[in-house]
Write a protein that binds this ligand. Structure first.
Ligand code: ADP
Ligand code: MG
Length: 398
């Protein structure tokens, strides 16, 4: 689960992390009061969407030379004018994809006098099985480009969970970021505080880009992107309360209600599969035959008829879906349950696209009989290869 920048900063502030003052607003009418509550004379108006690259982003509705999703403002009136221009419009950044994201809230923040922009993130480094800091002096811009063109400028430091962030770790990180004076002194408190926040809240990513050294020599977290480990959310009702479902895919929200492992994709063959491995293989073979999957969906081992029905409805509700491939290998999952779920869903929402079904394993005979007796226009398939070829052929209308 992701949260907005302003929420991440409020959370980090509780750990003593230095952030600027700011106010989140949802309508342009709130902009003036928000700006007036800050010291000025420099303000920043920041689009709050769950995607990075906002500064260099472009608003779909505005002219190409209009400013991006993070704007400096030199007066209260300037803040208000920018807020009016930005709210409600669609921001397209490197991370949003071409569709962009609607900006429904802004963060009006105190402007900082920046001397240097640095990069800092904390993540779970699976190769060493530890939480690690990743830092670079090349902050503020595209860290992926730095990783590609000058990887030597990125330093990774794994933290021993027994000791936490040690004095030696702090020295290494401060040296990697070339911190001196007040900034170096600030870092002694900052690095352990960020690490503590990361571990306490079960984050999977905490990215600060940029971390800045201000003109007065002190450190400040200027941007914050935080993702949480979904499997640990049950421990953090305070984090769950920050969820903004308007930033998430509607189909994925619906799927999460039924505890389905579903990820929306860009293709046009909807897939209903049991087991993540089989789901991956199904996606691969669809690509092999020249088409793209519309989703990843693992209905799981012991799915109920209701769960299967919900899954099928989510797939058919996607306007991009031009054909559906059901591929079930019944082990714990029974083929008759799948068949009943498919039939129930089609009764409710109808079936406007070709449906190929490959069933194998437990209760396969019963499953096939249910489909046959339902009168549904199902194209049966014998194996995975046959199924993939048939659905690709069907959507091409051959
Ligand atoms: P994004 O990474 O989505 O583009 P950032 O929050 O990193 O958004 O902002 C982009 C750039 O805008 C920063 O690299 C920084 O140069 C500038 N900026 C952001 N917030 C402030 C601020 N409070 N004061 C001054 N400059 C800022
Ligand atoms: Mg940033």
């Amino acid at each position: 689960m992701n949260i907005h920048e302003h929420q991440a900063k409020a959370l980090l502030k509780e750990y003593g992390v230095p952030v600027a003052g700011g106010v989140a607003i949802f309508s342009a009418d709130e902009a003036e009061a928000a700006a007036n509550s800050l010291p000025g004379p420099l303000y920043v108006v920041k689009s709050q969407i769950h995607a990075g690259g906002r500064g260099k982003g472009k608003f779909k509705e505005l002219s190409a030379d209009a400013k991006g999703g993070v704007r400096l403002a030199k007066s209260v009136a300037d803040v208000v004018a920018n807020a009016r221009e930005m709210l409600g419009n669609t921001l397209v950044t490197k991370q949003t994809g071409p569709a962009g994201k609607q900006v429904n809230r802004l963060y009006i923040e105190d402007g900082a006098d920046i001397a240097r922009e640095l990069y800092l993130s904390i993540l779970v480094d699976r190769t060493v099985g530890r939480v690690a800091f990743v830092v670079s002096t090349e902050g503020g811009m595209d860290i992926e480009a730095v990783a590609e063109h000058s990887p030597e400028k990125i330093v990774t430091l794994a933290i021993d969970p027994d000791t936490g962030v040690t004095a030696a770790d702090i020295d290494k990180l401060a040296a990697a970021l070339k911190l001196e004076g007040d900034a170096k002194a600030d870092s002694q408190q900052l690095f352990p505080a960020l690490y503590k926040a990361f571990c306490d809240k079960d984050m999977s990513l905490l990215e600060v880009n940029p971390l800045i050294v201000m003109a007065d020599g002190h450190l400040r977290v200027l941007d914050a992107k935080v993702s949480f480990d979904n499997n640990a959310l049950f421990r953090h009702p305070d984090v769950v309360a920050l969820r903004d479902t308007s930033e998430e895919d509607a189909k994925e929200i619906e799927a999460s209600k039924f505890d389905l492992a579903y990820v929306a994709l860009d293709g046009n063959i909807g897939c209903m599969v049991n087991g993540a491995g089989l789901a991956m293989a199904t996606m691969d073979i669809i690509k092999l035959y020249g088409e793209e999957p519309a989703n990843f969906l693992d209905v799981g081992g012991g799915a109920s008829k209701e769960k299967v029905t919900a899954a099928f409805k989510i797939i058919t509700a996607d306007p991009n879906v031009k054909g559906i491939l059901v591929n079930i290998f019944g082990g714990i999952m029974r083929c008759d349950i799948i068949a009943e779920g498919v039939v129930a869903a089609v009764k409710e929402v109808g079936l406007k696209v070709p449906l190929v079904v490959r069933l194998e394993g437990t209760n396969v005979k019963e499953g096939k009989a249910i489909l046959r007796d339902s009168g549904l226009n199902v194209i049966p398939a014998d194996d995975l290869d046959d199924a993939a070829q048939k659905i690709v052929k069907a959507i091409k209308g051959q």
